[in-house]
Design a protein around this ligand. Structure first.
Ligand SMILES: Nc1nc2c(ncn2[C@@H]2O[C@H](COP(=O)(O)OP(=O)(O)O)[C@@H](OP(=O)(O)OP(=O)(O)O)[C@H]2O)c(=O)[nH]1
Length: 270
Protein backbone atom coordinates (compact mmCIF):
# COMPACT_ATOMS: atom_id res chain seq x y z
CA UNK A 1 0.00 0.00 0.00
CA UNK A 2 1.13 3.55 -0.73
CA UNK A 3 1.64 4.96 2.75
CA UNK A 4 2.15 8.51 1.55
CA UNK A 5 -1.42 8.43 0.31
CA UNK A 6 -2.96 6.98 3.45
CA UNK A 7 -1.59 9.89 5.42
CA UNK A 8 -3.55 12.22 3.12
CA UNK A 9 -6.74 10.84 4.48
CA UNK A 10 -6.08 12.33 7.88
CA UNK A 11 -7.52 15.64 6.72
CA UNK A 12 -10.95 14.05 6.37
CA UNK A 13 -12.12 13.87 9.95
CA UNK A 14 -15.78 13.93 8.93
CA UNK A 15 -16.96 10.38 8.51
CA UNK A 16 -14.35 8.18 10.09
CA UNK A 17 -13.69 8.90 13.73
CA UNK A 18 -10.08 9.60 14.49
CA UNK A 19 -8.37 7.58 17.18
CA UNK A 20 -8.87 10.35 19.72
CA UNK A 21 -12.63 10.23 19.23
CA UNK A 22 -12.91 6.61 20.14
CA UNK A 23 -13.62 5.33 23.58
CA UNK A 24 -10.42 4.32 25.37
CA UNK A 25 -11.29 0.64 25.02
CA UNK A 26 -8.86 -1.47 22.96
CA UNK A 27 -9.43 -1.91 19.21
CA UNK A 28 -12.71 -3.70 18.71
CA UNK A 29 -11.77 -6.16 16.05
CA UNK A 30 -9.35 -7.38 13.44
CA UNK A 31 -10.34 -7.35 9.80
CA UNK A 32 -9.25 -10.14 7.49
CA UNK A 33 -6.39 -12.43 8.16
CA UNK A 34 -2.75 -12.13 7.34
CA UNK A 35 -3.05 -8.35 6.95
CA UNK A 36 -1.92 -7.47 10.43
CA UNK A 37 -4.00 -5.62 12.94
CA UNK A 38 -6.77 -3.50 11.47
CA UNK A 39 -8.67 -1.14 13.74
CA UNK A 40 -12.38 -0.64 13.22
CA UNK A 41 -14.42 2.42 14.15
CA UNK A 42 -17.67 2.18 16.09
CA UNK A 43 -19.62 1.42 12.89
CA UNK A 44 -17.35 -1.50 12.17
CA UNK A 45 -15.51 0.31 9.34
CA UNK A 46 -11.77 0.38 8.91
CA UNK A 47 -10.02 3.55 9.85
CA UNK A 48 -8.81 5.07 6.60
CA UNK A 49 -5.20 4.86 7.69
CA UNK A 50 -5.69 1.11 8.08
CA UNK A 51 -7.52 0.72 4.79
CA UNK A 52 -6.00 -1.68 2.28
CA UNK A 53 -6.15 -1.18 -1.49
CA UNK A 54 -9.11 -3.50 -1.99
CA UNK A 55 -11.17 -1.69 0.66
CA UNK A 56 -10.18 1.65 -0.84
CA UNK A 57 -11.23 0.57 -4.34
CA UNK A 58 -14.56 -0.76 -3.09
CA UNK A 59 -15.19 2.51 -1.24
CA UNK A 60 -14.45 4.34 -4.50
CA UNK A 61 -16.87 2.17 -6.51
CA UNK A 62 -19.54 2.67 -3.85
CA UNK A 63 -19.02 6.47 -3.94
CA UNK A 64 -19.24 6.61 -7.76
CA UNK A 65 -22.29 4.31 -7.83
CA UNK A 66 -24.15 6.62 -5.44
CA UNK A 67 -23.19 9.69 -7.47
CA UNK A 68 -24.31 8.17 -10.80
CA UNK A 69 -27.40 6.40 -9.36
CA UNK A 70 -29.97 8.25 -11.48
CA UNK A 71 -27.97 8.33 -14.71
CA UNK A 72 -28.23 6.10 -17.75
CA UNK A 73 -26.06 5.80 -20.85
CA UNK A 74 -27.38 7.04 -24.19
CA UNK A 75 -27.78 3.58 -25.77
CA UNK A 76 -31.09 1.92 -26.61
CA UNK A 77 -30.86 -0.30 -23.53
CA UNK A 78 -30.28 2.71 -21.28
CA UNK A 79 -27.44 0.92 -19.58
CA UNK A 80 -26.79 2.13 -16.01
CA UNK A 81 -24.17 4.90 -16.24
CA UNK A 82 -21.96 3.31 -13.57
CA UNK A 83 -21.17 0.47 -16.00
CA UNK A 84 -19.01 2.93 -17.93
CA UNK A 85 -16.56 4.05 -15.18
CA UNK A 86 -16.31 0.48 -13.89
CA UNK A 87 -15.45 -0.74 -17.41
CA UNK A 88 -12.89 2.06 -17.80
CA UNK A 89 -11.17 1.03 -14.58
CA UNK A 90 -11.33 -2.62 -15.61
CA UNK A 91 -9.67 -1.85 -18.97
CA UNK A 92 -6.77 -0.40 -17.00
CA UNK A 93 -6.46 -3.07 -14.31
CA UNK A 94 -6.75 -5.89 -16.85
CA UNK A 95 -3.94 -4.44 -18.98
CA UNK A 96 -1.41 -4.19 -16.18
CA UNK A 97 -2.11 -0.88 -14.44
CA UNK A 98 -1.58 -1.51 -10.73
CA UNK A 99 -1.46 2.06 -9.42
CA UNK A 100 -4.61 2.11 -7.33
CA UNK A 101 -4.86 5.91 -7.61
CA UNK A 102 -5.25 5.56 -11.40
CA UNK A 103 -7.90 2.84 -10.98
CA UNK A 104 -9.74 5.06 -8.47
CA UNK A 105 -9.54 8.08 -10.78
CA UNK A 106 -10.95 5.96 -13.62
CA UNK A 107 -13.91 5.00 -11.46
CA UNK A 108 -14.44 8.64 -10.48
CA UNK A 109 -13.57 10.29 -13.81
CA UNK A 110 -17.10 11.46 -14.70
CA UNK A 111 -18.35 12.36 -11.21
CA UNK A 112 -17.26 16.00 -11.31
CA UNK A 113 -18.16 16.52 -14.99
CA UNK A 114 -21.56 14.83 -14.90
CA UNK A 115 -22.82 15.00 -11.28
CA UNK A 116 -22.83 17.72 -8.59
CA UNK A 117 -19.64 16.27 -7.05
CA UNK A 118 -16.80 18.73 -6.45
CA UNK A 119 -13.06 18.21 -6.74
CA UNK A 120 -12.76 19.20 -3.07
CA UNK A 121 -15.08 16.32 -2.17
CA UNK A 122 -12.92 13.90 -4.17
CA UNK A 123 -9.79 15.21 -2.42
CA UNK A 124 -11.44 14.92 0.98
CA UNK A 125 -12.49 11.31 0.43
CA UNK A 126 -9.67 9.99 -1.73
CA UNK A 127 -6.69 12.32 -1.38
CA UNK A 128 -5.05 14.96 -3.61
CA UNK A 129 -3.44 12.56 -6.11
CA UNK A 130 -6.75 10.99 -7.13
CA UNK A 131 -8.39 14.45 -7.15
CA UNK A 132 -5.68 15.80 -9.45
CA UNK A 133 -6.17 13.00 -11.99
CA UNK A 134 -9.96 13.40 -11.88
CA UNK A 135 -9.55 17.15 -12.39
CA UNK A 136 -7.37 16.49 -15.45
CA UNK A 137 -10.09 14.23 -16.87
CA UNK A 138 -12.84 16.81 -16.33
CA UNK A 139 -13.85 19.10 -19.20
CA UNK A 140 -13.75 22.84 -18.58
CA UNK A 141 -17.34 23.61 -17.47
CA UNK A 142 -17.27 26.85 -19.49
CA UNK A 143 -16.88 24.90 -22.72
CA UNK A 144 -19.36 22.60 -24.42
CA UNK A 145 -19.86 20.80 -27.73
CA UNK A 146 -17.11 21.39 -30.30
CA UNK A 147 -15.27 23.80 -27.98
CA UNK A 148 -14.91 21.11 -25.32
CA UNK A 149 -13.84 18.58 -27.93
CA UNK A 150 -11.17 20.90 -29.35
CA UNK A 151 -9.92 21.58 -25.84
CA UNK A 152 -9.52 17.84 -25.17
CA UNK A 153 -7.22 17.59 -28.20
CA UNK A 154 -5.32 20.76 -27.29
CA UNK A 155 -4.79 19.79 -23.65
CA UNK A 156 -4.03 16.08 -24.17
CA UNK A 157 -0.21 16.45 -24.53
CA UNK A 158 -0.03 18.45 -21.30
CA UNK A 159 -1.80 15.89 -19.14
CA UNK A 160 -0.02 13.61 -16.70
CA UNK A 161 0.71 10.03 -17.72
CA UNK A 162 -1.97 8.84 -15.28
CA UNK A 163 -4.65 11.12 -16.74
CA UNK A 164 -3.66 10.08 -20.27
CA UNK A 165 -4.08 6.42 -19.29
CA UNK A 166 -7.60 7.12 -17.98
CA UNK A 167 -8.38 9.06 -21.19
CA UNK A 168 -7.32 6.09 -23.33
CA UNK A 169 -9.52 3.67 -21.41
CA UNK A 170 -12.41 6.14 -21.37
CA UNK A 171 -12.31 6.59 -25.12
CA UNK A 172 -11.86 2.87 -25.71
CA UNK A 173 -15.03 2.10 -23.79
CA UNK A 174 -17.03 4.87 -25.49
CA UNK A 175 -15.87 3.67 -28.90
CA UNK A 176 -16.64 0.03 -28.11
CA UNK A 177 -20.08 1.15 -26.91
CA UNK A 178 -20.76 3.09 -30.12
CA UNK A 179 -19.64 0.16 -32.24
CA UNK A 180 -21.92 -2.20 -30.31
CA UNK A 181 -24.90 0.13 -30.04
CA UNK A 182 -24.64 3.78 -31.11
CA UNK A 183 -26.39 6.28 -28.84
CA UNK A 184 -30.03 6.70 -29.80
CA UNK A 185 -30.42 9.21 -32.64
CA UNK A 186 -26.80 9.12 -33.78
CA UNK A 187 -26.43 8.89 -37.54
CA UNK A 188 -23.44 7.94 -39.67
CA UNK A 189 -21.85 11.38 -39.58
CA UNK A 190 -22.00 11.68 -35.79
CA UNK A 191 -20.54 8.22 -35.24
CA UNK A 192 -17.70 8.90 -37.66
CA UNK A 193 -17.06 12.38 -36.27
CA UNK A 194 -16.76 10.84 -32.78
CA UNK A 195 -14.27 8.22 -34.01
CA UNK A 196 -12.18 10.82 -35.89
CA UNK A 197 -12.05 13.10 -32.84
CA UNK A 198 -11.39 10.27 -30.38
CA UNK A 199 -8.44 9.12 -32.50
CA UNK A 200 -6.91 12.58 -32.32
CA UNK A 201 -7.03 12.38 -28.51
CA UNK A 202 -5.88 8.78 -28.20
CA UNK A 203 -3.02 9.18 -30.70
CA UNK A 204 -1.59 11.81 -28.35
CA UNK A 205 -2.21 9.76 -25.19
CA UNK A 206 -1.13 6.43 -26.72
CA UNK A 207 2.48 6.31 -25.45
CA UNK A 208 1.22 6.43 -21.84
CA UNK A 209 -0.15 2.88 -22.20
CA UNK A 210 0.90 1.00 -25.37
CA UNK A 211 -1.36 -2.02 -24.69
CA UNK A 212 -4.49 0.13 -24.87
CA UNK A 213 -3.09 2.16 -27.77
CA UNK A 214 -2.66 -1.06 -29.75
CA UNK A 215 -6.17 -2.12 -28.99
CA UNK A 216 -7.54 1.26 -30.03
CA UNK A 217 -5.62 1.11 -33.31
CA UNK A 218 -7.16 -2.26 -34.09
CA UNK A 219 -10.59 -0.85 -33.32
CA UNK A 220 -10.06 2.09 -35.69
CA UNK A 221 -8.97 -0.33 -38.42
CA UNK A 222 -11.76 -2.89 -38.05
CA UNK A 223 -14.84 -1.42 -36.32
CA UNK A 224 -18.10 -1.25 -38.23
CA UNK A 225 -21.53 -0.48 -36.90
CA UNK A 226 -25.01 -0.76 -38.31
CA UNK A 227 -27.19 2.26 -38.92
CA UNK A 228 -30.50 2.08 -40.81
CA UNK A 229 -29.66 -1.35 -42.16
CA UNK A 230 -26.26 -0.32 -43.52
CA UNK A 231 -22.86 -1.46 -42.30
CA UNK A 232 -20.76 1.64 -41.81
CA UNK A 233 -17.04 1.87 -41.04
CA UNK A 234 -16.73 3.74 -37.76
CA UNK A 235 -13.51 5.53 -38.73
CA UNK A 236 -13.91 6.42 -42.42
CA UNK A 237 -10.20 7.08 -43.07
CA UNK A 238 -8.46 4.28 -41.20
CA UNK A 239 -10.98 1.46 -41.41
CA UNK A 240 -10.35 -1.50 -43.72
CA UNK A 241 -12.92 -3.71 -45.48
CA UNK A 242 -15.73 -5.28 -43.45
CA UNK A 243 -14.41 -8.47 -41.84
CA UNK A 244 -16.58 -11.55 -41.66
CA UNK A 245 -16.40 -11.70 -37.85
CA UNK A 246 -17.48 -8.06 -37.65
CA UNK A 247 -20.42 -8.69 -39.97
CA UNK A 248 -21.61 -11.72 -38.03
CA UNK A 249 -21.32 -9.79 -34.74
CA UNK A 250 -23.61 -7.09 -36.13
CA UNK A 251 -25.97 -9.64 -37.71
CA UNK A 252 -26.32 -11.39 -34.38
CA UNK A 253 -27.34 -8.14 -32.70
CA UNK A 254 -29.82 -7.34 -35.49
CA UNK A 255 -31.30 -10.80 -35.17
CA UNK A 256 -31.96 -10.23 -31.45
CA UNK A 257 -33.38 -6.76 -32.09
CA UNK A 258 -35.72 -8.07 -34.81
CA UNK A 259 -37.07 -10.65 -32.41
CA UNK A 260 -37.71 -7.84 -29.95
CA UNK A 261 -35.16 -9.22 -27.55
CA UNK A 262 -32.64 -7.19 -25.66
CA UNK A 263 -29.27 -7.77 -27.27
CA UNK A 264 -28.00 -8.99 -23.93
CA UNK A 265 -25.92 -10.67 -22.65
CA UNK A 266 -23.56 -7.73 -22.95
CA UNK A 267 -20.29 -8.56 -24.64
CA UNK A 268 -17.43 -8.86 -22.23
CA UNK A 269 -14.55 -6.88 -23.66
CA UNK A 270 -11.85 -8.66 -21.68
N1 LIG B 1 -20.36 6.28 -26.71
C1 LIG B 1 -21.26 6.56 -25.78
N2 LIG B 1 -21.10 7.71 -25.07
C2 LIG B 1 -22.02 7.98 -24.11
C3 LIG B 1 -23.10 7.11 -23.87
N3 LIG B 1 -23.83 7.64 -22.88
C4 LIG B 1 -23.22 8.77 -22.49
N4 LIG B 1 -22.13 9.01 -23.23
C5 LIG B 1 -21.24 10.18 -23.11
O1 LIG B 1 -21.56 11.04 -24.20
C6 LIG B 1 -20.38 11.62 -24.73
C7 LIG B 1 -20.38 11.50 -26.23
O2 LIG B 1 -21.44 12.24 -26.75
P1 LIG B 1 -21.17 13.62 -27.46
O3 LIG B 1 -22.44 14.08 -28.07
O4 LIG B 1 -19.98 13.50 -28.35
O5 LIG B 1 -20.76 14.54 -26.24
P2 LIG B 1 -21.62 15.53 -25.41
O6 LIG B 1 -23.02 14.99 -25.34
O7 LIG B 1 -20.92 15.51 -24.08
O8 LIG B 1 -21.49 16.81 -26.16
C8 LIG B 1 -19.20 10.89 -24.15
O9 LIG B 1 -18.43 11.81 -23.45
P3 LIG B 1 -17.02 12.30 -23.99
O10 LIG B 1 -16.91 13.75 -23.80
O11 LIG B 1 -16.75 11.74 -25.33
O12 LIG B 1 -16.07 11.58 -23.09
P4 LIG B 1 -15.77 11.92 -21.60
O13 LIG B 1 -14.39 12.44 -21.69
O14 LIG B 1 -16.75 12.98 -21.14
O15 LIG B 1 -15.98 10.63 -20.91
C9 LIG B 1 -19.79 9.82 -23.24
O16 LIG B 1 -19.16 9.78 -21.98
C10 LIG B 1 -23.24 5.91 -24.67
O17 LIG B 1 -24.16 5.11 -24.54
N5 LIG B 1 -22.28 5.70 -25.59
Amino acid sequence: MDLSETTEHHGDGSRTPRPGNLTPSPPRSRAGSGNGKRTLDEKGRLWKEDEGEVARLMRTVDFAARKHTCQRRKDLDQTPYINHPIAVSNFLSSTGITDVRVLQAAILHDTVEDTPTTIEEIAEHFGPDVARIVQECTDNPNLSGQGAKAEQVRSAPHKSKEAQQVKLADKLHNLESIRRAPPVGWGVRRVQAYFIWAKQVTDICGPSHPALAKRLQRLYETAYTEIDGKYIPCHPEVCGPLLEEEKSRIDKRLHHLKKGEKPCPMPIFF
